[in-house]
Ligand binder design. Sequence first.
Ligand code: NAG
Ligand code: NAG
Length: 345
Amino acid sequence: MLSTKFLFASAAALAALSGLANAQTNITDHDCASASEYSKCNRNVADRWSSCVRDCRGDGNCIVDCGCDSHQKYINCMAESCWNQVYSCKYQLFVQQYFAICPRAREPIPFWPAPDNAPNRCSCDLGKVTQTTLSSRNQQIKCMKDVTDHIRDDISSITDLSNIGNGLDIANRASDCACCGASASISAAWDICPHTKPTLAGADMWNLFFPTDLPNLYTSLPNWAWSSCDATLQESTCKNLGFTDTDKFYKPGDYPSNGTSTLYEVGGRVTAPPSGTVLTWSQASATYTVTATGYDRKAVASQSEYRATATDDEAFPSQTSDGAAASLRAGVGAVVGAVVAVVML
Ligand SMILES: *[C@@H]1O[C@H](CO)[C@@H](O)[C@H](O)[C@H]1NC(C)=O
Ligand SMILES: *[C@@H]1O[C@H](CO)[C@@H](O)[C@H](O)[C@H]1NC(C)=O
């Protein structure tokens, strides 16, 4: 659904971001089930990403594709040798980044969002916040399409003169689509992660997934601003317009109080590959089959027994919460900021 212009603009932004080819999951090697395999795997992906970008010779869409493929391969590295960290904040943030930089990224993504009560999961269900933002974006695109289809209907059925040139009505309805989509995304951060600082929970993500100046989405709304939604936003209107995946539609001036927590891991540790020994998954461009390493196969066959003995095993280092997830979030923000900035050029 995204326009070529958006693709190209993203590509230009990505190309301009020196160092993006070093963007990894930001997970520390030695936290992984197999540290050496994991760092080797990541190094290979980074090398191939760099040469992929070089081979594009400046072609924007090609550079975007390199980013998509590389992110998919980083996910494979996780499944192969760092499967014990796949529910961590950093991996959930990495998948968020994948959706941000890769317009053709599609669900399902392995280990994302983390299941309820997953071991070693992030204190804030970042995957669910991102998922809500993505589904709200799709509903918003559909909502806007209904508006533009309606304009075409108006023009072709000249009989109903009262509707012709009823620009105000059209603008109001387009504005409702924009307000509901932004609100659904923003509200998810407060609603899903009430204890987490809103910016860490993804409150700013809508800026990325709902760029206000994306021409094909907001033709009727050149001056739309989130703050303008205070006057018009209504939950019932949003539900009627098809925003059915969320319950909360907070207004710009009416959020619940802000959480204060940073991101950290809870729920013990992952002691066997969550997807079993072999993971198969697909995106539009490729199907991957990944075999997990770094554990005792015999033990995995009887997982409960294994769990009882794995706790003291050096091969399964525990994840300590640290501030790095916050800096990763800042990193994602920078990437996103650049993408949006170039779209605005
Ligand atoms: C709550 O967080 C949002 C997003 O970071 C921020 O804009 C707002 O000013 C905060 N509100 C208060 C009362 O601190
Ligand atoms: C990973 O962390 C580093 C250091 O905090 C940060 O500079 C970088 O942007 C992060 N990577 C991504 C992909 O966000």
